[in-house]
Design a protein around this ligand. Structure first.
Ligand SMILES: [Zn+2]
Length: 121
């Protein structure tokens, strides 16, 4: 959208170009969000303050521990995640498809969950 992308902040190369939401420098390969995006970043900050609640209405925060309240199917796993599985150190994200918790579950690795399937522990 910017007709003239800003020069590279690293090497001041002027021949930068836009790729998706990023500006890319062909000289040093630096990629960054242009100034316009800075305004958006402010908006994102506001979104980050949105309240995420668990299945019973407790407000969740980064670093909280939660318990999965219902069995979840996991792609590539025959057993899936059982109800009662503890998840430590969640991180709230604005994920795809309503997934707003980023976490790591023993035996499954990193994944995203919906806050509607967990309860703060
Ligand atoms: Zn550069």
């Amino acid at each position: 959208m910017t007709e003239n992308p800003p020069p590279c902040p690293r090497c001041s190369c002027a021949y930068t170009y836009e790729m998706n939401a990023l500006v890319v420098c062909p000289e040093c390969g630096h990629e960054w969000v242009p100034a316009e995006g800075a305004a958006d970043a402010g908006a994102v900050g506001a979104v980050a303050e949105k309240v995420v609640r668990d299945s019973v209405g407790n407000v969740l925060q980064d670093g909280d521990s939660v318990v999965v309240v219902k069995a979840l199917k996991v792609k590539g796993s025959s057993s899936g995640i059982k109800a009662g599985t503890k998840v430590r150190g969640i991180r709230l994200v604005d994920g795809v498809d309503g997934h707003d918790i980023d976490c790591r579950i023993d035996g499954f690795g990193a994944m995203q969950l919906k806050s509607s399937v967990v309860k703060k522990s």
